[in-house]
Each structure stands twice: as structure tokens, then as C-alpha cells.
Design a protein around this ligand. Structure first.
Ligand code: GDP
Ligand code: MG
Length: 301
């Protein structure tokens, strides 16, 4: 039931670019140093979380927006539509190109879309500088210069790591104050995590009736089994306002206790093991601002 007073910055960064420009290599480099949480993050097919970079002060969630890479087709409309809405909600966009290739039609296609659908800061990231002589780099930078109003241009090598720390620190500064959307430890250990958080959320909504809005979120901080089979779960219930925090905790903690014991019964049933559940309540307005984008990962209903 504590509130974290230290300011934390967090947000979403879309990485866009033609195939083979080095998006995955970049993420592997960045996430390889930190916490890798990828394949099992619950999500719909609309957007894909590619990696999450977390430190004590910030969290950057890198996402892929498939719609923007593709030309139109029947399904494409829907994809483009969702790419558009997520590009409106991200905190920054990284547009990645190859240092050893001239600007081409594929790049132009993405640039045109970006211009239309986002008012977010767009960083031009020129990757694979290890493949070109510094003299060859300038004409490439020049060829992109007027294509769009870039927030900043970063020549990098995702393979060798050149200039990546600078890029990450610039992106970090761009992130608004916000909550830690995803826990530090691996989600992949427990694919049930999402279901567990939904069971807790359901109890909050059932027991508080209309008093706590649907935007309430539950983050599973830890989920570990003991040797004797007991599963320890720590979860944070995130609400928008302190008045809602009071409702969720209840008089003398009565409501929170009830939420916990009801959720525990369901979780034990789900996991088939005994559960020790610890619940915390935190107020975070930032969470609500990102409701749309979180929804697209299946985090909200
Ligand atoms: P994606 O399709 O955008 O995800 O691109 P990948 O990350 O799969 O990279 C495509 C190819 O480019 C792979 O063979 C990578 O090893 C290579 N690559 C990526 N970044 C660099 C780089 O900075 N320098 C060099 N030399 N090769 C790179
Ligand atoms: Mg890739």
C-alpha cells in the first residue's frame, strides 16, 4: 500500500523501417544488456512488443507496427488503421534505414505514411555505419535531410553498438513521467501471468461496483514458486486517483483483503497450487493516458 514517490519515466517507441535494416539486431543489442521480455507478452496481432528496456529510472517499450511497412490489401486497411492509431499514441518513432543503401521507394513509402499519421518526434536512425566510410555517410544523411522534419539524426551500428547509448539516452529523455508498465523480471517464465492479473482485476471491478473505472490495471510484480509448491505472487493494482485507492483498500484494508482472498481462490484453481498473494495499490495517472495503446496489447478490455 505504498506509493513510489521517485519519478519514473516510461513510454512507447515504435521502430519502423524496411525489412533487413537491422531493427531486430538493434533490439537484441539494447535488450541484451538489460531485461528481455518478448515472445510471451500477451498481445493481439495488431501490434507487437519487440522488447522492453528497463532501468531504475525509466522503461522504454519498443513496439512494431506492422501496418506501416505494408502496401494496401484487403486486410491491410485494418492493419494500417491500427498502425495509425498506435503511431499517434507512441512517445517517439524510430525510423531506421541502411547506411549502405540509397534512399529508395520503400523508405519513401514509410516516410509518406509517417508524415500523415504521426505528430510524434521521429528519429532518423541510419544503421550499419560500420559498412561505410565516413565520407560515404554524409551523402546518405543528406538524401534524407529534407524528406521530413527529423527530431534528430543518429548514425549507428546495431551490430557493433556505435552510438546506441546516445540514442537510448535521447529516447529516455523523451519519455514522459509514467508507471512501469511491465515488471523487471521475465514474463516468459509464467505465461499465466496475464490471466492472473485479469483475475485480480475482475475482483476489483466486481467488489467495488461502479466506483472504480474499468481503466484500473493490475501488474504482476513477481510470481515465483517455492520448493514446496507454494506460489508467491506480488501484484500492484493501479488506479487513476487517490480517491479510488481509498476505495480499493477499504476501511482498515477490508476491501483489499476481500479482493485478495477471492482472487487467490481463483488463481489457486488456475494454477493447481497453493498461492500466497500480496496486493499493493498505487495511483498513476500516466497509466490512463496510455489506455488505448495498452488495449492494443490485450491489457485492457
Ligand atoms: P530487420 O529485418 O530490420 O529486423 O533486420 P535484422 O536485424 O534482421 O538485420 C538484417 C541483417 O543486417 C542481418 O544480417 C544483420 O546481421 C545485419 N545488420 C544489422 N545491423 C547491422 C550493422 O549495424 N552492421 C552490419 N554490418 N550489419 C548489420
Ligand atoms: Mg526483424
Amino acid at each position: 500500500m505504498e506509493e513510489n514517490t521517485q519519478t519514473f519515466h516510461s513510454g512507447f517507441v515504435a521502430i519502423v523501417g524496411r525489412p533487413n535494416v537491422g531493427k531486430s539486431t538493434f533490439l537484441n543489442y539494447v535488450i541484451g544488456q538489460k531485461v528481455a521480455i518478448m515472445s510471451d507478452v500477451p498481445q493481439t496481432t495488431r501490434n507487437k512488443i519487440q522488447g522492453i528496456y528497463t532501468t531504475d529510472q525509466e522503461q522504454i517499450v519498443f513496439i512494431d507496427t506492422p501496418g506501416i511497412h505494408k502496401a494496401h490489401n484487403k486486410l491491410g486497411d485494418f492493419m494500417v488503421q491500427s498502425a495509425m492509431s498506435s503511431l499517434k499514441e507512441v512517445d517517439a518513432v524510430m525510423f531506421m534505414v541502411n547506411a549502405n543503401e540509397a534512399r529508395g521507394a520503400g523508405d519513401n513509402y514509410i516516410i509518406e505514411r509517417l508524415k500523415k499519421i504521426t505528430d510524434r518526434p521521429v528519429y532518423l536512425v541510419i544503421n550499419k555505419i560500420d559498412l561505410v566510410h565516413p565520407d560515404e555517410l554524409l551523402p546518405i544523411v543528406d538524401s534524407y535531410k529534407d524528406a521530413m522534419d527529423w527530431t534528430e539524426v543518429f548514425p549507428i551500428s546495431a551490430l557493433q553498438g556505435n552510438n546506441i547509448n546516445e540514442l537510448i539516452s535521447t529516447l529516455s529523455k523523451q519519455m514522459p513521467e509514467g508507471p512501469k508498465y511491465y515488471p523487471d523480471d521475465q514474463i516468459t517464465d509464467h505465461p499465466e501471468r496475464f490471466v492472473v492479473s485479469e483475475l485480480i482485476r475482475e475482483k476489483v471491478l466486481q467488489l467495488t461496483r461502479q466506483e472504480v473505472p474499468h481503466s484500473v490495471a493490475v501488474v504482476i510484480e513477481t510470481m515465483k514458486s517455492n520448493d514446496d509448491g507454494l506460489v508467491n505472487i506480488q501484484a500492484t493494482i493501479i488506479v487513476d486517483r487517490s480517491s479510488q485507492k481509498g476505495i480499493v483498500i477499504g476501511k482498515g484494508g477490508k476491501m483489499l483483503k476481500e479482493i485478495g482472498s477471492r482472487a487467490r481462490v481463483d488463481i489457486e484453481h488456475l494454477l493447481g497450487s497453493r498461492v500466497y498473494l500480496e496486493l499493493w495499490v498505487k495511483v498513476s495517472e500516466g497509466w490512463r493516458d496510455k489506455q488505448g495503446i495498452l488495449q492494443s496489447f490485450g491489457y485492457k478490455k
